[in-house]
Design a protein around this ligand. Sequence first.
Ligand SMILES: Nc1ncnc2c1ncn2[C@@H]1O[C@H](COP(=O)(O)OP(=O)(O)OP(=O)(O)O)[C@@H](O)[C@H]1O
Ligand SMILES: [Mg+2]
Length: 253
Amino acid sequence: MTRFICISSGKGGVGKTTLVANLSTVLSKIGKNIVVIDANVTTPNLGIHLGIPLYPKNLQDVLRGDSHLYESVYEHPLGMKVIPSGISVEDLKDLNTDNLRKVFDILEGTADIVIVDSAAGLGREALASIESSDDLIVITNPELPAVIDALKTIKIAEEAGTRILGVVVNRVTGKKHELTNEQISSILDNVPILATIPEDKNVKEAISKMIPVVHHNPTSPASQSIYKLASLITGEKIDVPKTWYQKIFGGFF
Ligand SMILES: Nc1ncnc2c1ncn2[C@@H]1O[C@H](COP(=O)(O)OP(=O)(O)OP(=O)(O)O)[C@@H](O)[C@H]1O
Ligand SMILES: [Mg+2]
Protein backbone atom coordinates (compact mmCIF):
# COMPACT_ATOMS: atom_id res chain seq x y z
CA MET A 1 0.00 0.00 0.00
CA THR A 2 1.26 3.45 -0.87
CA ARG A 3 1.30 6.14 1.78
CA PHE A 4 0.56 9.66 0.56
CA ILE A 5 2.15 12.31 2.78
CA CYS A 6 1.33 15.94 2.07
CA ILE A 7 3.72 18.69 3.19
CA SER A 8 1.68 21.84 3.56
CA SER A 9 1.66 25.24 5.25
CA GLY A 10 -0.69 28.12 5.65
CA LYS A 11 1.92 30.78 4.99
CA GLY A 12 4.07 30.62 1.87
CA GLY A 13 7.84 30.43 1.82
CA VAL A 14 8.27 28.60 5.12
CA GLY A 15 10.22 25.63 3.69
CA LYS A 16 7.81 23.08 2.18
CA THR A 17 9.74 22.41 -1.00
CA THR A 18 13.06 22.30 0.83
CA LEU A 19 11.62 19.67 3.18
CA VAL A 20 10.05 17.64 0.35
CA ALA A 21 13.31 17.57 -1.65
CA ASN A 22 15.35 16.53 1.38
CA LEU A 23 12.93 14.08 2.97
CA SER A 24 12.55 12.27 -0.34
CA THR A 25 16.34 12.11 -0.68
CA VAL A 26 16.84 10.58 2.79
CA LEU A 27 14.04 8.06 2.28
CA SER A 28 15.42 7.09 -1.13
CA LYS A 29 18.92 6.70 0.33
CA ILE A 30 17.61 4.16 2.86
CA GLY A 31 16.04 2.15 0.06
CA LYS A 32 12.42 3.27 0.09
CA ASN A 33 10.59 3.51 -3.19
CA ILE A 34 9.70 7.20 -3.23
CA VAL A 35 7.71 9.40 -5.60
CA VAL A 36 7.69 13.17 -5.13
CA ILE A 37 5.03 15.23 -6.78
CA ASP A 38 5.03 19.00 -7.23
CA ALA A 39 1.37 19.75 -6.58
CA ASN A 40 2.16 23.46 -6.26
CA VAL A 41 1.11 23.86 -9.88
CA THR A 42 0.85 27.66 -9.98
CA THR A 43 4.24 28.47 -8.39
CA PRO A 44 6.22 25.25 -8.67
CA ASN A 45 9.89 24.95 -7.81
CA LEU A 46 10.55 21.38 -6.74
CA GLY A 47 12.31 20.75 -10.06
CA ILE A 48 14.67 23.63 -9.32
CA HIS A 49 15.44 22.29 -5.82
CA LEU A 50 16.21 18.90 -7.38
CA GLY A 51 18.30 20.18 -10.29
CA ILE A 52 15.80 19.34 -13.04
CA PRO A 53 14.28 22.72 -13.97
CA LEU A 54 13.25 21.74 -17.51
CA TYR A 55 11.44 18.63 -18.70
CA PRO A 56 9.29 17.82 -21.71
CA LYS A 57 6.12 16.72 -19.89
CA ASN A 58 4.84 17.78 -16.49
CA LEU A 59 2.00 17.38 -14.00
CA GLN A 60 -0.04 20.13 -15.62
CA ASP A 61 -0.08 18.16 -18.90
CA VAL A 62 -1.46 15.19 -16.94
CA LEU A 63 -4.07 17.26 -15.07
CA ARG A 64 -5.19 18.75 -18.38
CA GLY A 65 -5.48 15.27 -19.89
CA ASP A 66 -2.82 16.05 -22.52
CA SER A 67 -0.41 13.30 -21.48
CA HIS A 68 -0.22 10.07 -19.52
CA LEU A 69 1.21 10.11 -16.03
CA TYR A 70 4.07 7.76 -16.99
CA GLU A 71 5.32 10.40 -19.47
CA SER A 72 5.75 12.91 -16.63
CA VAL A 73 7.68 10.72 -14.17
CA TYR A 74 11.44 11.30 -14.07
CA GLU A 75 14.05 9.12 -12.36
CA HIS A 76 16.26 11.31 -10.18
CA PRO A 77 19.95 10.33 -9.77
CA LEU A 78 19.40 10.27 -5.99
CA GLY A 79 16.84 7.48 -6.35
CA MET A 80 13.40 9.02 -6.14
CA LYS A 81 10.93 9.45 -8.97
CA VAL A 82 9.86 13.02 -9.58
CA ILE A 83 6.62 14.33 -11.06
CA PRO A 84 7.45 18.00 -11.64
CA SER A 85 5.21 20.90 -12.51
CA GLY A 86 6.11 23.19 -15.38
CA ILE A 87 7.34 26.68 -14.53
CA SER A 88 6.10 28.58 -17.57
CA VAL A 89 2.94 30.73 -17.57
CA GLU A 90 1.63 28.60 -20.45
CA ASP A 91 1.55 25.65 -18.06
CA LEU A 92 -1.20 27.39 -16.02
CA LYS A 93 -3.83 27.29 -18.75
CA ASP A 94 -7.01 25.20 -18.30
CA LEU A 95 -5.87 23.55 -15.10
CA ASN A 96 -8.17 21.51 -12.93
CA THR A 97 -6.41 20.61 -9.68
CA ASP A 98 -9.40 18.46 -8.68
CA ASN A 99 -7.93 15.89 -11.09
CA LEU A 100 -5.06 15.41 -8.62
CA ARG A 101 -7.13 12.72 -6.90
CA LYS A 102 -7.12 10.71 -10.14
CA VAL A 103 -3.34 11.08 -10.39
CA PHE A 104 -3.01 9.76 -6.83
CA ASP A 105 -5.27 6.82 -7.71
CA ILE A 106 -2.93 5.88 -10.56
CA LEU A 107 0.10 6.15 -8.24
CA GLU A 108 -1.46 3.81 -5.66
CA GLY A 109 0.70 0.70 -5.38
CA THR A 110 3.62 2.15 -7.37
CA ALA A 111 5.66 3.46 -4.40
CA ASP A 112 6.17 3.03 -0.66
CA ILE A 113 5.58 6.71 -0.06
CA VAL A 114 4.39 9.55 -2.27
CA ILE A 115 5.49 12.90 -0.88
CA VAL A 116 3.33 15.78 -2.01
CA ASP A 117 4.70 19.33 -2.22
CA SER A 118 1.58 21.40 -1.72
CA ALA A 119 0.81 25.00 -2.57
CA ALA A 120 0.67 27.39 0.37
CA GLY A 121 -2.62 28.71 1.68
CA LEU A 122 -6.11 27.30 1.70
CA GLY A 123 -7.15 27.72 -1.93
CA ARG A 124 -8.42 24.90 -4.17
CA GLU A 125 -4.87 24.03 -5.16
CA ALA A 126 -3.69 23.44 -1.58
CA LEU A 127 -6.94 21.73 -0.63
CA ALA A 128 -6.62 19.25 -3.50
CA SER A 129 -3.28 18.04 -2.06
CA ILE A 130 -4.47 17.92 1.54
CA GLU A 131 -7.78 16.18 0.80
CA SER A 132 -6.19 13.57 -1.49
CA SER A 133 -3.42 12.57 0.96
CA ASP A 134 -3.48 10.09 3.86
CA ASP A 135 -1.19 12.08 6.13
CA LEU A 136 -0.32 15.72 6.58
CA ILE A 137 2.82 17.35 7.92
CA VAL A 138 2.38 21.06 8.53
CA ILE A 139 5.49 23.19 8.32
CA THR A 140 5.85 26.59 9.90
CA ASN A 141 8.45 29.09 11.03
CA PRO A 142 8.62 30.02 14.73
CA GLU A 143 6.70 33.27 14.33
CA LEU A 144 3.08 34.12 14.99
CA PRO A 145 1.78 34.88 11.46
CA ALA A 146 3.09 31.55 10.14
CA VAL A 147 1.75 29.60 13.13
CA ILE A 148 -1.71 31.20 12.91
CA ASP A 149 -1.87 30.22 9.24
CA ALA A 150 -0.66 26.71 10.13
CA LEU A 151 -3.66 26.41 12.46
CA LYS A 152 -6.01 27.04 9.54
CA THR A 153 -4.29 24.30 7.54
CA ILE A 154 -4.74 21.91 10.47
CA LYS A 155 -8.45 22.74 10.74
CA ILE A 156 -8.95 22.17 7.02
CA ALA A 157 -7.16 18.81 7.23
CA GLU A 158 -9.30 17.77 10.19
CA GLU A 159 -12.43 18.56 8.19
CA ALA A 160 -11.06 16.63 5.21
CA GLY A 161 -10.31 13.59 7.40
CA THR A 162 -6.58 13.71 6.61
CA ARG A 163 -4.45 12.41 9.48
CA ILE A 164 -2.27 15.13 10.97
CA LEU A 165 1.13 13.65 11.79
CA GLY A 166 2.39 16.86 13.34
CA VAL A 167 4.27 20.05 12.81
CA VAL A 168 7.79 20.80 11.61
CA VAL A 169 9.25 24.07 12.84
CA ASN A 170 11.75 25.35 10.29
CA ARG A 171 14.41 28.08 10.35
CA VAL A 172 14.78 28.11 14.11
CA THR A 173 17.56 30.36 15.41
CA GLY A 174 16.76 30.12 19.13
CA LYS A 175 16.56 33.91 19.40
CA LYS A 176 14.38 35.42 22.13
CA HIS A 177 11.70 36.83 19.82
CA GLU A 178 10.87 33.38 18.37
CA LEU A 179 7.98 31.27 19.59
CA THR A 180 9.09 28.19 21.52
CA ASN A 181 7.98 24.69 20.55
CA GLU A 182 5.68 24.64 23.59
CA GLN A 183 4.00 27.89 22.49
CA ILE A 184 3.66 26.65 18.92
CA SER A 185 2.15 23.34 19.98
CA SER A 186 -0.26 25.08 22.33
CA ILE A 187 -1.48 27.49 19.58
CA LEU A 188 -1.88 24.49 17.27
CA ASP A 189 -4.24 22.55 19.59
CA ASN A 190 -1.35 20.46 20.98
CA VAL A 191 -0.45 18.88 17.68
CA PRO A 192 2.95 17.20 18.21
CA ILE A 193 6.12 18.92 17.03
CA LEU A 194 7.86 16.32 14.87
CA ALA A 195 11.06 18.21 14.19
CA THR A 196 12.85 21.47 14.68
CA ILE A 197 15.02 22.40 11.71
CA PRO A 198 17.54 25.13 12.44
CA GLU A 199 18.26 28.13 10.26
CA ASP A 200 21.25 26.79 8.35
CA LYS A 201 23.29 28.56 5.70
CA ASN A 202 24.10 25.17 4.18
CA VAL A 203 20.45 24.95 3.06
CA LYS A 204 20.77 28.10 0.95
CA GLU A 205 24.13 27.01 -0.42
CA ALA A 206 22.69 23.62 -1.43
CA ILE A 207 19.64 25.25 -3.06
CA SER A 208 21.93 27.51 -5.09
CA LYS A 209 23.63 24.35 -6.40
CA MET A 210 20.23 22.64 -6.93
CA ILE A 211 21.26 19.72 -4.70
CA PRO A 212 19.31 18.68 -1.57
CA VAL A 213 21.30 19.70 1.52
CA VAL A 214 21.10 16.18 2.97
CA HIS A 215 23.18 15.06 -0.03
CA HIS A 216 25.34 18.16 -0.38
CA ASN A 217 26.18 18.43 3.30
CA PRO A 218 24.71 15.45 5.21
CA THR A 219 26.19 16.43 8.58
CA SER A 220 24.90 20.01 8.54
CA PRO A 221 22.49 20.85 11.37
CA ALA A 222 19.45 21.06 9.05
CA SER A 223 20.35 17.73 7.40
CA GLN A 224 20.65 15.97 10.76
CA SER A 225 17.18 17.22 11.77
CA ILE A 226 15.71 15.95 8.50
CA TYR A 227 17.31 12.52 9.01
CA LYS A 228 15.68 12.34 12.48
CA LEU A 229 12.33 13.36 11.00
CA ALA A 230 12.62 10.62 8.35
CA SER A 231 13.14 8.09 11.13
CA LEU A 232 10.07 9.37 12.98
CA ILE A 233 7.90 9.21 9.87
CA THR A 234 8.90 5.67 8.93
CA GLY A 235 9.19 4.36 12.48
CA GLU A 236 12.54 2.87 11.44
CA LYS A 237 15.99 3.50 12.87
CA ILE A 238 17.93 5.64 10.42
CA ASP A 239 21.55 6.50 11.22
CA VAL A 240 22.04 10.25 11.34
CA PRO A 241 25.32 11.25 9.62
CA LYS A 242 27.73 12.58 12.26
CA THR A 243 30.43 15.24 12.01
CA TRP A 244 33.95 14.11 12.93
CA TYR A 245 33.56 16.10 16.17
CA GLN A 246 30.36 14.23 17.06
CA LYS A 247 32.06 10.92 16.23
CA ILE A 248 34.99 11.65 18.54
CA PHE A 249 33.22 13.42 21.41
CA GLY A 250 29.62 12.23 20.95
CA GLY A 251 29.96 9.50 23.56
CA PHE A 252 30.97 11.96 26.28
CA PHE A 253 27.82 14.08 26.13
N1 LIG B 1 16.40 25.53 7.38
C1 LIG B 1 16.64 26.57 6.57
N2 LIG B 1 17.72 27.38 6.78
C2 LIG B 1 17.95 28.43 5.98
N3 LIG B 1 17.18 28.79 4.95
C3 LIG B 1 16.09 28.04 4.69
C4 LIG B 1 15.76 26.89 5.48
N4 LIG B 1 14.62 26.35 4.97
C5 LIG B 1 14.26 27.12 3.93
N5 LIG B 1 15.13 28.14 3.74
C6 LIG B 1 15.07 29.24 2.77
O1 LIG B 1 13.71 29.54 2.56
C7 LIG B 1 13.44 29.60 1.16
C8 LIG B 1 12.02 29.16 0.90
O2 LIG B 1 11.94 27.77 1.11
P1 LIG B 1 10.94 26.87 0.24
O3 LIG B 1 10.98 27.24 -1.18
O4 LIG B 1 11.25 25.46 0.61
O5 LIG B 1 9.54 27.33 0.88
P2 LIG B 1 8.09 26.93 0.41
O6 LIG B 1 7.26 26.83 1.64
O7 LIG B 1 8.13 25.74 -0.47
O8 LIG B 1 7.65 28.20 -0.43
P3 LIG B 1 6.32 28.35 -1.35
O9 LIG B 1 5.18 28.59 -0.42
O10 LIG B 1 6.64 29.54 -2.21
O11 LIG B 1 6.18 27.08 -2.14
C9 LIG B 1 14.50 28.71 0.53
O12 LIG B 1 14.76 29.09 -0.79
C10 LIG B 1 15.70 28.92 1.41
O13 LIG B 1 16.39 30.08 1.00
MG1 LIG C 1 7.39 25.52 -2.44
